[in-house]
Design a protein around this ligand. Structure first.
Ligand code: NAI
Length: 789
């Protein structure tokens, strides 16, 4: 080919600049193109399995073994056997192992990058400059976490064996996000890569041998969804971490319900990309290239929903189409390529069908790029004029397809942005920092990027809200998912109400305690109530039996009180102090009443319970303005602000052991952090909570911030867990076997659950309050703000 320099200057076209695949292909050939599993520090012999292909050419790369139950059992046993020693290994020793892995990853970075691109189809520029460096960064960062764990998290310990299932879009990066925090904190793992992209995980296994990772600490088994299911449901797996589609995430929630496993899910998204009319348009368009064409749009946090302010929409679309036309699509190993191959023909078909079926809702523009003749490619696509209810605006396409609509005002932008069942990420572009920092907290998302997009770092947590999943990966907050508080769990015995005596003593008037909903006393919808007796046979009163409708009313009231989330910590502290003050004024009466309703406790008198309750209110009044976020030192010129936000509406089954102290131990952290709380009073001793609403009524608590309902915990809990507008369910009930039902029902909208798993908690001691409660009452949102001219 002769090159005419003048022509090149005129057209500014790129020539081909392919990266060699020789080393990666030689590595595969060395293994005869067949791979076994990595269990207990060794590779098993290759077994029956499936082919993994290069999506850019369709060429078979290798045969990957399919793990069945036997292999999964073997891997879990190896992880279990390695756990006691590894979890007790000094943090510094664990740090050295993570550091060795990081160094080796860097040493073999080019091989990893090429192998990733061959197997996944992503441009080599991305695997080389983004994926692999971030993988190494994750291991370095978590080497530091291992080093610091003993001094910084003295109350935390490893959970146990972690079952980890990852997707194909960032194969090695997702492996790093899962394995690094798990082993840093002393857990052992069984990880399954996605069936389309197992190769870099297997190369990583070799690195583990080189880095002297003790046998059994890291196990990698390959296979499809069935293998994944065998791992996540395995009875000896203590913690499950999954990244992938929302539908599989929901199935995992259901399949693991009641197994006592800790669970984090990082699922799909339909993240808004909001462009205000004062934005730097060129930058916003360049940002879109990263938001939706990075990794062919196969990114859970892809900015796939473009919202443009009406005044600039036409111009913006025109300039965007022009930019799209210059995108280069083709051989992912070519360093000049912007858009590579879609991971598999199945995924290509999904994208093609979604656009074919629903594209007609708007105007479809396919970039007129030169398309490769073979392989799995889809052109960069923009679909404008979509209605916000169109399936393309609601469903995750997971391809290079950008769906767009317009908005007029900032508040409409927020409304449209939040009009989705997801809540993973959001991007906003404006030159007005006041507007940006006003909008960012209003977006329902775990991550917000201001004038930038798709920024990731090990120091900043990543994860979603709503159906985008639960839990965070990265940062200090990510460690919470791999540790548990050091406690010696004791089984919680059911606390029964006092049975009806043969001849009850009835003094004075028989009072029926009402519910407390929306700041008012409310009669039970069903009109049913039941008597409550004291240990000496006295009829203490009646309490209502709450039903579905009562819970619905409480949820409605809680949503009407959403303004509570926007109040200051100072105001919430004042109100909590005021509640404490009003309880203190009636301390004797409450102490006597607690004495009347419960069998005499050797441990704690009614007086002691009231005093502990007042102290607890003080604790959370203290925390209300002190449980701060952080400014993460991420490697950009800018800052990532980790803001603590309330979870939303929390429905809680209150403890039976200490009916007043327990209810307040649940209510106070929830409302201190800006949540609204629906308390289902102790089933055994409900009058403690219903008496308490008189205190709430006189303490300036806005209507709907706290509701109190009485009744059967199993019924009320199930209704709360089923409810689509409840964000979290907590249970400290002593009613046995609620966990399975509550966890399974919570899959409906993937609400957060915090359940006692049948274990007792000392409500009078330090386990009854503190950071664990505050952590469950908050979500972290990372707002990335680059700065500088
Ligand atoms: P997927 O969710 O089925 O696969 C992810 C991983 O889960 C794979 O390792 C798979 O083997 C495993 N898996 C599948 N079924 C399982 C089960 N019942 N129990 C345990 N593990 C199981 O994703 P898939 O089918 O590859 O892609 C389908 C759609 O999912 C995509 O079009 C995209 O919309 C979405 N997706 C979203 C991702 C994200 O990061 N948000 C990542 C991958 C896919």
């Amino acid at each position: 080919m002769t090159v005419n320099v003048k022509e090149v200057f005129d057209s500014m076209t790129y020539g081909p600049a392919p990266e060699s695949s020789a080393e990666a292909m030689a590595w595969i050939k060395e293994k005869d193109g067949k791979f076994g599993h990595f269990i207990n520090g060794e590779f098993t012999s290759p077994a029956k399995g499936f082919a993994t292909r290069n999506p850019a050419t369709g060429e078979e790369l290798a045969i990957i073994s399919q793990a069945g139950k036997a292999e999964v059992n073997k891997a879990v046993s190896a992880a279990r056997a390695a756990f006691p020693k590894w979890s007790k290994t000094k943090g510094h020793e664990r740090a050295k192992v993570l550091y060795a892995i990081a160094r080796l990853l860097q040493k073999h970075a080019r091989l990893f990058a090429v192998l990733e691109t061959l197997d996944n189809g992503k441009p080599i520029r991305e695997s080389r400059d983004i994926d692999i460096p971030l993988v190494a960064r994750h291991f370095y960062f978590h080497a530091g976490m291992a080093q610091l764990m003993e001094s910084e998290l003295p109350e935390a310990e490893a959970i146990g064996v972690c079952g980890q299932v990852i997707p194909w879009n960032f194969p090695l990066l997702m492996l790093a996000w899962k394995i690094a925090p798990a082993i840093a904190t002393g857990n052992t793992v069984v990880l399954k890569p996605a069936e389309y992209t197992s190769l870099t995980a297997l190369l990583f296994a070799e690195i583990c041998v080189e880095a002297d990772v003790p046998k059994g600490v890291i196990n990698i088994v390959t296979g499809d969804g069935k293998t994944g299911e065998a791992i996540v449901t395995h009875e000896d797996v203590d913690k499950v971490a999954f990244t992938g589609s929302t539908s599989v995430g929901r199935r995992i929630r259901e399949a693991t319900a009641g197994q006592g496993k800790s669970l984090t899910l990082e699922l799909g998204g339909k993240s808004p990309y909001i462009v205000f009319e004062d934005a730097d348009i060129d930058s916003a368009i360049e940002g879109l290239v990263d938001a939706i064409w990075f990794n062919q749009g196969q990114v859970c946090c892809a900015g796939s929903r473009l919202l443009v302010q009406e005044g600039i929409a036409e111009e913006f679309y025109a300039r965007l189409r022009k930019r799209m036309a210059s995108l280069r699509i083709g051989d992912p190993l070519d360093k000049c390529i912007d858009v590579g191959a879609i991971v598999d023909p199945v995924q290509l078909e999904t994208i093609t069908n979604l656009v074919k079926t629903h594209g007609g809702d708007g105007e479809v523009y396919h970039a007129p790029c030169d398309m490769p003749v073979e392989g799995c490619f889809y052109p960069p696509t923009l679909i404008t004029d979509l209605h916000s209810a169109s399936p393309l605006m609601q469903e995750e396409i997971f391809g290079p397809v950008l769906c767009a609509t317009t908005f007029r005002t900032p508040s409409e932008a927020v409304q449209l942005a939040n009009n989705t069942r997801y809540g993973l990420a959001a991007t906003l572009w404006t030159e007005n920092i006041n507007l940006a920092l006003d909008i960012a907290p209003k977006l329902v998302a775990g991550v917000v990027w201001v004038n930038a997009t798709n920024l990731f770092d090990a120091a900043a947590g990543f994860g979603g809200r709503r159906e985008s999943g639960m839990g965070r990966e990265g940062g200090w907050e990510g460690l919470a998912a791999y540790t548990k508080p050091k406690t010696t769990a004791k089984k919680l015995a059911p606390v029964a109400p006092i049975a009806a005596p043969k001849s009850p003593v009835v003094d004075g008037l028989d009072r029926t305690a009402k519910f407390y909903i929306g700041g008012k006393q409310a009669r039970p919808d069903g009109g049913y109530s039941k008597p409550v007796y004291g240990p000496k046979g006295h009829l203490l009163g009646h309490v209502g039996i709450g039903n579905r409708k009562d819970i619905r009313n409480a949820v409605e009231a809680a949503h009407k009180a959403a303004g509570w989330a926007k109040t200051t910590g100072h105001l919430r502290a004042q109100i909590l102090y005021y509640i404490a003050e009003n309880l203190s004024a009636r301390a004797e009466e409450f102490a006597a009443r607690l004495g009347e309703m419960q069998p005499k406790s050797k441990k704690h008198s009614g007086k002691a319970e009231v005093e502990a309750t007042i102290s607890r209110l003080f604790t959370y009044a203290a925390w209300a303005d002190k449980y701060d976020g952080q400014a993460h030192g991420v490697p950009i010129r800018g800052v990532a602000l980790a803001m603590k936000e309330p979870v939303g509406v929390i429905g809680a089954l209150c403890p039976d052991e200490a009916p007043l102290l327990g209810a307040i131990s649940v209510m106070a952290p929830a409302i201190a952090m800006g949540n609204t709380a629906i308390l289902c009073a102790s089933q055994a001793f409900p009058l403690a909570a219903t008496d308490f609403y008189q205190v709430l009524e006189t303490s300036d608590v806005p209507a709907g911030v706290v509701s109190i309902v009485t009744g059967d915990h199993a019924d009320l809990g199930k209704t709360l867990a089923d409810h689509m507008d409840v964000d979290a369910v907590w249970s400290f009930s002593s009613t046995p076997d609620l966990t399975a039902t509550l966890e399974a029902a919570s899959a409906s909208n993937l609400k957060r659950t915090w359940l006692n798993q049948g274990q007792a908690r000392d409500w009078f001691g330090k386990d009854g309050e503190g950071r664990e409660f505050l952590g469950h009452a908050t979500e972290v949102k990372n707002i990335w703000v680059p700065y500088g001219e």
